[in-house]
Ligand binder design. Sequence first.
Ligand code: ADP
Ligand code: 5GP
Length: 212
Amino acid sequence: MSARHFARRGLLVILSSPSGAGKSTISRLLLDSERDMSLSISVTTRARRPSEVEGVHYHFVTMREFEKMRDRGELLEWAEVHGNCYGTPRDPVEASLSDGSDVLFDIDWQGAEQITGAMPDDVVSIFVLPPSGSELKSRLVRRAEDDEATILRRLANAREELGHYSDYDYVVVNDDLESALEGVRAILHAERLRRRRLVGVDGFVDGIVKAL
Ligand code: ADP
Ligand code: 5GP
């Protein structure tokens, strides 16, 4: 693998999808198997779900705390989604990039647009589609972490999120979870080998040529 021979720039891997399509599930499994990749932990004003842990899934903050961070320029991007505010803390992302490690983002299309606009060369964006509308509905219900009004609101917003799939570099259908995960891994591994992201490859090739 190239990593042993020369360095590379870190990637900003963005996963977006309508709520319930499975991007958090895919993110979790991807992070289990990938070294050199960390999850960007967003701040949100949304209430914590029963299964969520502060600092692991999100940093849960008040609206006042959120506004302070935003106004101090501490957020790389932010957006209002399903009636709550979400934002990406800037410092951990910059630290990972300067380390040459990758950052995974589970954010909506508005956040993807902002990060892609700010750092187009470093972004790889993936849109996760559900296999069908009815399966998306049943996944939201099966997750059983939101009340009925919240589920209905998320389904209504799914149309808008789906309208942005064509702005993404890649599309992965999450029908069978293992195949979807395989697709995301293949994208990641290929993007890590892009020549323009490899630092020091010129010197490496020169060394080969000189030794011939
Ligand atoms: P999102 O992060 O996109 O809102 P989640 O990852 O929370 O979605 O997934 C929503 C629900 O669907 C969860 O209960 C999850 O276990 C389930 N799920 C995810 N992927 C699949 C899949 N390929 N097949 C069946 N159920 C899935
Ligand atoms: P949930 O409430 O289901 O965790 O997330 C709702 C939506 O907000 C999802 O589409 C998720 O990807 C998005 N989201 C989570 N964190 C951020 C963030 O920091 N910025 C933006 N723009 N969207 C986010």
